[in-house]
Structures are given as C-alpha cells and as structure tokens.
Design a protein around this ligand. Sequence first.
Ligand SMILES: [Zn+2]
Ligand SMILES: [Zn+2]
Length: 113
Amino acid sequence: MVKICPRCGGIMKPAKENGKTVMVCSRCGYKIEANNTASMKITSKIEHSAKEKTIILDGQVDVSKLPITREVTCKKCGAHEAYYWVIQTRAADEPPTRFYKCVKCGFVWREYE
Ligand SMILES: [Zn+2]
Ligand SMILES: [Zn+2]
C-alpha cells in the first residue's frame, strides 16, 4: 500500500515523530499524521511483539505438534491448510491472538478472536 503525497505526488513513507506515526513525503517533506490505524494496517507482514517472539522461540510452537485447520486461506499462496496456535497475552482485557502458519509455504499470519 503506497501513499501518495497530496501536494507533489511523491511517495510517502511512514516515520515516527513524538511517538506518533506520520507519513512523510520523500520528495517534498509534506507530513500527514497517520492516526487512522485502521487504514494504515498492513496485514501482509507479521510483526511479532517481543513477548510473542519469546514464546515462539521458547519452542512452545512446534509445528509438528500443532493442529491443522482447513477453515482458512493462506494470504500468500491460497492454500487451505494451516497450523494454528493461540497466544493469550497476560492482560485479561486483551483477546487471545490466533496465529496461523501455512502448511504449504510457511507463511505466518495472525487473527484476533
Ligand atoms: Zn510531496
Ligand atoms: Zn501459503
């Protein structure tokens, strides 16, 4: 998803400014505050948080022991078989996050329940 600068038509890139994400034009420097996270969400790449990474690296996610679901479609190769696992974050008000790993191509994505 590429954002185009409304001023000069250049390509806008995300940058951090005072803890907020802004879109900055690489050509003229024009800035837009990217506070609309819904439209900013790019789902093709999974960024595991540090805690999730730890859980996965701990070996708790061993794909050979994971159940397989056929209810999903891999966003990358379109296969209908994926391993899945659920990670419950410690905060009680946060829903558990379900992760999928494509059996065919190994692509990993997540879904909130
Ligand atoms: Zn511009
Ligand atoms: Zn796949």
